[in-house]
Each structure stands twice: as structure tokens, then as C-alpha cells.
Design a binder for this molecule. Structure first.
Ligand SMILES: CC(C)(COP(=O)(O)OP(=O)(O)OC[C@H]1O[C@@H](n2cnc3c(N)ncnc32)[C@H](O)[C@@H]1OP(=O)(O)O)[C@@H](O)C(=O)NCCC(=O)NCCS
Length: 232
């Protein structure tokens, strides 16, 4: 993994001097140009996780590919994700992508939602569902198209975004909340060494059914300790 250098270099550029919301708003104007017709530069917001895998901000050009990716995995994804039924056409995907810009303000100048690109193909999404800047914590969410499963893609994408959260966004705590019955998703924080902290009862309504969430957590010190011990 070569995340340290890439994340710092790429996302510090994005962060620039956005220490206040007004500055972040101003910076969003620049981002809108990037997301729209002009100033496209994919490399500017790229985090190369490994040889085959990188994360980058979505652009409006991705709307069609994103819609088709969701559509071809619709039945698979909707078992656990409530929003899938609302993604009814390319326009809905475009709206989602435009909405990801707001995340830049919410985080204080960082990308909140990132496209997962595997072997140059859009494979899914990883991002911060919630960012609390006052208490310096965030929750991570993810999904992957069915055809890209079982390659370790999301586990590695999470490593990338966790590094971003702790090293660049200065978070202290990162949570992953997973429906208790979603074994494949629970395996991800468990594989990454998150601690299981407890259960939120009936906190999510999907397909007319309330699901309990298991809360997994990683603290900044635990993550850096893990990295120190890691032998490449
Ligand atoms: C949850 C979800 C992202 C998991 O996908 P996944 O492919 O199992 O996860 P990863 O990309 O991390 O891959 C892990 C799998 O790849 C395998 N793998 C292969 N190479 C690997 C590597 N280098 N590192 C880690 N795992 C590897 C693992 O053994 C595991 O397979 P297994 O389940 O047969 O043991 C996916 O099922 C999904 O999108 N589900 C629907 C939406 C959803 O539930 N989102 C989460 C809501 S909380």
C-alpha cells in the first residue's frame, strides 16, 4: 500500500485552506467546475490503494456507469440497502453524484464519498456516511457490485479511506455499523481489526423490516499502532 504519500498529496490539495465553512463553500465552487464541464483532472482526487485499485471522487460523467452498475446488482444490493429502490434512472445517479459535493462542506473540505475503481472499472462506493467534526468521529459505509465480490476490494478500499480519515481529516474515531445478519459486511471491520462495541436495536428499516446494527469501532491510536506493527 502506498496510501500515505498519495492521500497526503492529493487530499491536501483538495483541503487547501478550508478551515471555515465559508471557505469550504467557496472551494465547492471550484469543485463544481471540476464535477461539471471544465477542469476535469481525475488524478487530482485520486488515492491509489494498490496496483489494481484506486479511490476517486465521482464526476457527473460517471452517472450512467453508476446507474448501470447498481441496476445490474439491484436484487443483490437491495437486500441490505434501503436507497436502492430510489435509484430508478440515470438522473437519480446524477443527483446522487451532485449531492456528494455537499459532503465536501460537511467534512470541512475533504471528499466524503468516493468511487471504487478496480482495474479501471467502476466497482462500487465507499464513503463517510456521517462526519462529526466537533467530536472528530465518522461512520463508514460501502457497497460493491455483485460481479466484483470476493476479491478483497472493499476491505482494501476501507484501508484507504480509514487512512484518509485518521491522517488527513484528523478523525479520532471511525465506526462501521452493520446489520447483524449481514455476515459479508461484518467480516470487513472484523478483518480490519475493529472492536465490536455493541448493538443498536432496530435502528434501520429495509424492505419493511427493522434491523439491529452491530457497531464496530477503530480509534486513531489503535490504527497507527496496527500500522507500526505491520510488516510489508
Ligand atoms: C458487504 C460487501 C461490500 C462485501 O463484499 P466482499 O466482496 O465480501 O468484500 P471484500 O471486497 O472485502 O472481499 C472479501 C472477500 O474476498 C476474499 N478475498 C480475496 N482476496 C482478498 C484480500 N486480498 N483481502 C481480503 N479479502 C480477500 C475474502 O476471503 C472474502 O471472501 P469470502 O467472503 O469468500 O471469505 C458486499 O457484499 C456488498 O456490497 N453487499 C451489499 C451492500 C452491503 O451490504 N453494504 C454494506 C452495508 S453495511
Amino acid at each position: 500500500m502506498n496510501t500515505d504519500y498519495d492521500i497526503t498529496e492529493q487530499f491536501i490539495i483538495l483541503r487547501t485552506s478550508c478551515t471555515h465553512d465559508e471557505e469550504a463553500e467557496e472551494f465547492m465552487g471550484v469543485l463544481k467546475q471540476y464535477m461539471g464541464e471544465e477542469k476535469r483532472n481525475e488524478k487530482m482526487f485520486t488515492n491509489q490503494v494498490n496496483e489494481d485499485l484506486y479511490l476517486r471522487m465521482y464526476t457527473v460523467d460517471d452517472a450512467e456507469a453508476l446507474y448501470h452498475l447498481i441496476d445490474e446488482s439491484r436484487d443483490y444490493l437491495k437486500e441490505w440497502l434501503a436507497w436502492v429502490d430510489y435509484n430508478t434512472d440515470v438522473e437519480a445517479s446524477r443527483d446522487f453524484i451532485q449531492g456528494t459535493l455537499n459532503g465536501v462542506v460537511e467534512t470541512g473540505g475533504y471528499p466524503k464519498t468516493l468511487a471504487i475503481i478496480y482495474k479501471n472499472e467502476l466497482a462500487g462506493t465507499v464513503g463517510f456516511n456521517e462526519v462529526n467534526r466537533t467530536h472528530q468521529y465518522a461512520t463508514i459505509g460501502y457497497w460493491l457490485s455483485e460481479k466484483f465480490q470476493r476479491k478483497g476490494i472493499v476491505t482494501e478500499a476501507c484501508r484507504g479511506i480509514i487512512d484518509l480519515g485518521f491522517k488527513v481529516m484528523r478523525l479520532n474515531r471511525i465506526e462501521i455499523r452493520v446489520a447483524s445478519g449481514n455476515k459479508k459486511s461484518r467480516a470487513i471491520p472484523e478483518r480490519l481489526g475493529f472492536k465490536e462495541e455493541g448493538v443498536l436495536r432496530q435502528v434501520e428499516l429495509v424492505n419493511g423490516q427493522f434491523y439491529d446494527h452491530v457497531v464496530y469501532c477503530m480509534l486513531k491510536d489503535e490504527w497507527s499502532g496496527k500500522k507500526d506493527k505491520q510488516v510489508d
